[in-house]
Design a protein around this ligand. Structure first.
Ligand SMILES: Cc1cc2nc3c(=O)[nH]c(=O)nc-3n(C[C@H](O)[C@H](O)[C@H](O)COP(=O)(O)OP(=O)(O)OC[C@H]3O[C@@H](n4cnc5c(N)ncnc54)[C@H](O)[C@@H]3O)c2cc1C
Length: 408
């Protein structure tokens, strides 16, 4: 979830490897998309914020919601059909993610398991790896976490110090990862580790490994955060964790391209968490502004209330469009770095603004838990920082899109 710098190249897979080629952005929603959105919204609203915060408070995974979605195949819509997925694309998974959040159930694990790990395995896994792990992601029966962030490397993922060295015909992993989401509910973790260093640039050569969540030598420590979501964050300690050769995903030392095939979906799905929460917040705010009368008229009559909500709605719709574009570009197999970064940035800002204005519209009730707004604050605020911070997106756009000199 840390970011790479502007120098990084995105590996574009041959078109033949992209399961579903999408070459245009559907501006008018298709019947299929509408049906998908309605079906997911119907399941999610049956659970809603009550369920979401009940499991969060109890420290339990949202198993019932996850299973209800998995049963209908919605958690693997982007996974190839031959691996028990829906055979569609990230565009459809993004629709699923947004509808969940719009119903008050923003699931972080949907970003990690089908979007990051599923996308990487689909594009870079061997037939055996797909059979072993992607199949479970496609059906929703297996969940995977993703570990790139380290305490010392920060946003500069070239500097990660978790090392995988060859031994006994496989690899031995040693190092520390932090803020890794959902490990408590995951069968395995896709870990980014250093397998060498480029002599010329000094940058780490990266490789990806699937590690069982209960592998000997892997310890974890809960990192408490303000984010109110069922998924917990963990510090992971790899103390000579042995993995077999067949746990290496993609080519050794050339994991950077494969990582990007997961980081762009992560940014896009992160964006959907924000646009979904924004929709949820504006829906509640509009209803409240119509019902709440203080000086004899509904507060929504006052432009001081109506205009900021209208502005938030405009910002939201632009962010949604950008997010859909990013997903469509990703599905097409074309480089998706710029649209994914722009979408994440726009959606985080739209989400924060919409939720903040919804809270303001509710007056004191905005912070009353009963009104179901304040609890989402840290989830949406998180997306300004993660999976890639707003500053690193601005660096990317300044340097890559505008051609300005690198600032660091
Ligand atoms: C709740 C939560 C869940 C997470 N889940 C996962 C997960 O599942 N897997 C995973 O691998 N990671 C995860 N992360 C980690 C997350 O992706 C990182 O926290 C995020 O990428 C920022 O990295 P950092 O915390 O190291 O910040 P730093 O890199 O230390 O940056 C600190 C600040 O400095 C700024 N900064 C740094 N460099 C520059 C620069 N060159 N120019 C301008 N500003 C700069 C940053 O924008 C930021 O504001 C999670 C984090 C949280 C809080």
């Amino acid at each position: 979830m840390s970011s790479f710098t502007q120098q990084d190249q995105q590996a574009v897979p041959p078109r033949s490897q992209v399961e579903e080629i999408r070459t245009s952005l559907p501006i008018v929603m298709s019947d299929e998309e509408r049906m998908l959105r309605e079906a997911v919204a119907s399941i999610a609203s049956g659970f809603g914020p009550e369920y979401f915060f009940r499991v969060t408070e109890a420290g339990e995974p949202p198993t019932e919601l996850w299973n209800a979605l998995a049963e209908k195949g919605y958690l693997g819509v982007n996974i190839p059909e031959e691996y028990d997925g829906g055979g569609l694309g990230l565009y459809e998974l993004a629709a699923v993610g947004e509808e969940l959040a719009a119903a008050g159930c923003p699931l972080l694990l949907i970003i990690v398991s089908p979007a990051i790990v599923g996308s990487i395995l689909a594009r870079h896994g061997t037939a055996d790896q797909k059979d072993r792990w992607l199949r479970g992601i496609g059906s929703g029966e297996k969940k995977f976490a993703f570990a790139i962030t380290e305490p010392d490397a920060g946003s500069n993922s070239h500097e990660i110090s978790t090392v995988a060295r060859e031994a006994n015909g496989g690899y031995v992993l040693r190092g520390t990862k932090t803020f890794i989401s959902g490990v408590e509910d995951a069968e395995g973790i896709l870990v980014v580790a250093r397998t060498g260093r480029d002599e010329a640039t000094g940058k780490g050569r990266l490789s990806l490994f699937i590690v069982d969540a209960d592998a000997p030598g892997l310890e974890r420590q809960h990192v408490p955060t303000a984010v109110e979501a069922p998924e917990k964050q963990w510090m992971l300690f790899f103390d000579d964790v042995e993995v077999e050769e067949d746990r290496l995903v993609g080519q050794r030392d050339r994991g950077l391209g494969a990582v990007f095939d997961g980081l762009n979906p992560e940014r896009i799905m992160g964006a959907t968490i924000c646009t979904g929460i924004a929709r949820y917040a504006l829906r509640k705010a509009s209803r409240y502004a119509k019902e709440r009368a203080v000086w004899g008229v509904p507060i929504g009559t006052h432009q001081g209330i109506a205009h900021p909500l209208a502005e938030a709605k405009i910002e939201l719709e632009c962010a949604r469009l950008m997010t859909q574009k990013a997903a469509a570009v990703y599905d097409s197999g074309a480089p998706a770095g710029e649209p994914s970064n722009v979408a994440k940035f726009a959606a985080a800002e739209a989400g924060i603004r919409s939720l903040d204005q919804a809270i303001q519209t509710h007056g004191g009730n905005g912070v009353a838990l009963e009104y179901g707004l304040a609890q989402y604050w840290w989830t949406v605020r998180l997306l300004r920082t993660a999976p890639v911070s707003r500053e690193m997106v601005l660096n990317y756009v300044a340097e890559r899109s505008l051609g300005l000199p690198r600032s660091y």
